[in-house]
Design a protein around this ligand. Structure first.
Ligand code: ADP
Ligand code: MG
Length: 630
């Protein structure tokens, strides 16, 4: 017999599509807060969100008479007719989230609009409204969701450990906090503050607040545009890379997306600056005409399709290349002597906020518990779950102490500053003024050398220390790689050949590495028992450089490194370059100049092939700060 399902059965089924796991609830509630125009959002979870999720915002709120309607399926204030679907500016529009959440949880909803004196409080358990009453409360909305899937045990079984669920929520919260740096986000997990952003519109400040890693506190700003497409954001210097893409977050028109097209542009921009298998850190915001975009309408999917994909790839690659060629990409020393009294003050005020926050949170919890005595108490985590959770948290909070000591960077990028409240809370893009100027070697004046190792130089507003050894290594490395890649290899015959001796094991594999050396521009021939003679060397090398290089090269081979692929080869070249120049070699002014001009021709002049900086920058401003002149 065919029948129409009862409402509560239908609701539960439909809810499954929206609410898959705790992170879906958090996502829907937080997106509602953003849509409500909030500029402060507090999210608190317990047990990976399974037992408790609270989202509090200071947005527009819902009038009492509309509150219950908001919980009906397909109830939305965001679109009216089908044609509105083409120009969606809000994160939600399907009108399903609240209905779905309420169907599979116990939900408490408290809301007040600015112009009403009294707010509304709803208590809904599994779609059933148990209470609708007036209440005194602040402007905005609080939704407390407890006992996810309490009435659908089968679905509860599919939830992962608390640690795994909270991990997903942490990822989501990190992303949304970066997507909306103009909103103050505070995120609490099991009573601990995971992060809290300032909400002043500064993306770099938001990144620092979320990741708390010292090395994430001065990334390189990116800003570029072409036609309708704009890209801004922050990326890592080549000296900072990761083994996976986890720290690459892309936003397109305010939504977090995964996109091979953007990834490709990023890889292209870092080409030859990172070893294979290493990935840069990148937070990129792309703004484009919504009509050129196909955002998959499914709420849980993050794929996005651009009409003109290659343009996006090119733009991202160009933006990255430009950013890595600016002064900002040069490692900068910032005021190491921050006034200790001020640090204490800052800490204190931070703590005060935290304590207040925790207190109000505690109060809420007790009130929830009083009303609902069957709310599960959540302290019985298994040992594994605890471990997992701890691991995730410690990843998030690693280097916390370090980053506290690190001076907070003021944004140097004016386009990211938030202006008026009515303006978008997303990062602002103002392309009218070029913010990123390429580093110009011709502006450098050499002033000398210290410790026979560091060349000193200045330009209009900066003082530089240049590590002559690291610089030489970079030059040497790029020449060698270019040589290896190129078809013609100008060589020079040397009058006194270089003799090298190798271990028998290395000799055995000569078919492997002799060709490699030939490809780099050496002519090496067998010379008796376990010996070789180098008769020709690359044109750009001196004899002593060649000798050091070849010896270092075969030495690293004897350590059992096999020349399997370009990654290994690259490492080998990198290692062998070390021997090229010694730190204390005396260089004449002319030699220094020539070194710098060769460096300026490098694709990646600001770090040696091992990732150490070649340049360190002291801005006049920071120097003046150290002398307390500003
Ligand atoms: P959607 O977001 O797709 O419109 P929801 O079910 O998430 O659907 O929300 C239904 C409606 O409830 C929204 O359209 C909005 O008008 C209102 N609403 C939900 N959350 C909030 C909030 N935090 N502040 C103000 N209004 C809200
Ligand atoms: Mg919504």
């Amino acid at each position: 017999m065919i029948r129409v399902l009862e409402k509560n059965v239908a609701d539960k089924i439909a809810a499954g599509e929206v609410v898959e796991r705790p992170v879906s609830v958090v996502k829907e509630l937080v997106e509602n807060s953003v849509d409500a125009g909030a500029d402060s959002v507090v999210v608190e979870i317990r047990n990976g969100g399974k037992s408790y999720i609270r989202v509090t915002d200071n947005g527009c709120g819902i009038p009492r008479e509309e509150a219950e309607t908001a919980f009906l399926r397909h109830a939305t204030s965001k679109i009216v007719s089908a044609k509105d679907l083409d120009a969606i500016k809000t994160l939600g529009f399907r009108g399903e989230a609240l209905a779905s959440i309420a169907a599979v949880t116990r939900t408490e909803f408290v809301s007040k609009t600015r112009d009403s004196k009294l707010g509304v409080r709803l208590l809904i358990h599994g779609s059933e409204v148990l209470q609708n009453s007036g209440t005194g409360c602040p402007d905005g909305t609080t939704v407390i969701v407890t006992d996810l899937f309490y009435n659908t045990p089968a679905r509860r079984k599919f939830l992962k450990s608390d640690g795994a669920e909270s991990g997903q929520i942490i990822d989501f919260m990190s992303q949304i906090a970066l997507a909306y740096p103009g909103i103050k986000f505070r995120f609490i997990n099991n009573g601990n503050i995971v992060f809290s952003t300032a909400g002043k519109g500064d993306v770099q400040a938001a990144i620092s607040a979320v990741y708390k890693l010292r090395e994430y506190s001065d990334l390189v700003p990116v800003c570029s545009s072409k036609g309708n497409h704009h890209v801004t954001g922050y990326i890592s210097r080549p000296s900072l890379s990761r083994t996976n893409r986890k720290n690459q977050i892309f936003f397109v028109n305010g939504r977090v997306v995964s996109s091979k097209v953007i990834e490709k542009g990023l890889t292209e921009g870092y080409r030859e600056r990172l070893f294979e298998g290493r990935y840069p850190v990148a937070f990129l915001f792309i703004e484009t005409d919504p009509s050129e975009l196909d955002v998959n309408i499914h709420p849980n999917k993050r794929e996005v399709r651009f009409d003109r994909e290659s343009e996006i790839t090119e733009l991202v690659a160009k933006a990255v290349t430009e950013a890595l060629g600016t002064k900002e990409a040069v490692t900068e020393i910032r005021n190491p002597f921050r006034d200790p009294t001020r640090i204490e003050e800052e800490k204190l005020s931070e703590n005060q906020v935290d304590i207040k926050q925790i207190l109000t949170t505690k109060r809420r919890e007790t009130s929830v518990k009083e009303e609902q005595s069957d709310y599960r108490c959540s302290e019985n985590l298994s040992w594994e779950e605890r471990k997992e959770e701890e691991k995730h948290l410690s990843e998030m909070t690693r280097d916390l102490n370090c980053s506290n000591r690190q001076p907070q960077k003021e944004s140097t990028v004016s386009f990211l500053n938030r202006e008026e409240k009515e303006s978008s809370l997303r990062p602002r893009i103002d392309i009218s003024e070029p913010v990123l100027r390429p580093f110009d070697f011709s502006e450098l004046t050499l002033t000398g050398v210290i410790f026979h190792t560091y060349i000193t130089a200045e330009d209009e507003n900066n003082f530089y220390l240049i590590d002559q050894h690291a610089a030489h290594e970079r030059v040497f490395y790029e020449k060698l790689v270019a040589e290896y890649m190129s078809g013609e290899k100008p060589r020079q015959i040397i009058l006194t050949p270089i003799i090298i001796e190798v271990l028998p094991a290395v000799k055995e594999t000569e078919y492997d590495w002799l060709d490699t050396l030939t490809d780099m521009g050496f002519l090496v021939e067998e010379f008796g028992h376990n010996s070789y003679v180098v008769k020709e060397i690359p044109a750009f090398m001196t004899i002593s450089e060649s000798e050091n290089f070849v010896k270092e090269f075969v030495d690293s081979l004897s350590e059992g490194i096999k020349l399997m692929n370009t990654v290994v080869l690259n490492r080998l070249i990198t290692r062998s370059c070390k021997s090229a120049v010694k730190a204390h070699d005396h260089l004449s002014m002319e030699e220094m100049k020539s070194l710098l001009s060769q460096l300026s021709a490098c694709r990646n002049p600001f770090s040696c092939p091992h990732g150490r900086p070649t340049f360190i920058r002291f801005s006049q401003y920071e120097i003046e700060k150290m002398f307390k002149r500003v």
